[in-house]
Write a protein that binds this ligand. Structure first.
Ligand code: RP5
Length: 158
């Protein structure tokens, strides 16, 4: 730039985003479940993703008991860097569908068995698979958390 140029005299523009604030280790997959009692089954998803080197986070939040927390999590998921959400729930398993209602990220539902499941988890399987048109949830088999992680990896191309 030539000396005396008016461009050279302009101050540098302030960066819109402070680069130090960008978390390069942000998780790509969110693993959510309706109850702490779901953790033993859902840990298989975390294990599979970790073994594949895919960053993930784990949260317990119930679609029925904490609906606002679930909505907030789903609405902010893409902005936080998440690319896929795995949602496990038993009984009337609304969690994956509610997450999909509040986010356009791919949602993989994991129907879980619990103490009072009907027909070995068929209640949760149908609640997750039978979504209305326009609000898709992918559904793996009952207690199929590991497969949910494998599918998440394929969606990510990882
Ligand atoms: C669902 O109800 C949970 O996902 C869990 O599978 C089931 C039982 O929950 P807890 O009574 O163990 O909290 O909401």
């Amino acid at each position: 730039m030539s000396e005396g140029s008016d461009v050279a005299d302009r101050p540098y523009a302030e960066p819109a985003v402070d680069l130090e604030d960008i978390d390069v280790d942000a998780p790509l997959v969110g693993i959510v479940m309706g109850s702490k009692s779901d953790m033993p089954a859902m840990e298989a998803a975390e294990k599979e993703l970790t073994e594949r080197g895919i960053r993930c986070e784990v949260r317990v939040m119930s679609a029925h008991r904490e609906p606002d927390a679930v909505a907030d999590y789903a609405r902010n998921a893409r902005m936080r860097g998440l690319r896929v959400i795995i949602a496990g729930a038993g009984l009337s398993a609304a969690l994956p569908g509610v997450v999909a209602a509040h986010s356009d990220l791919p949602v993989i539902g994991v129907p879980l068995t619990s103490r009072t499941s009907v027909a070995g988890g068929l209640d949760a399987l149908l609640s997750i698979a039978q979504m209305p048109p326009g609000v898709p949830v992918a559904c793996v088999g009952v207690d199929g958390a590991r497969n949910a992680a494998v599918l998440a990896a394929r969606i990510l191309g990882a």
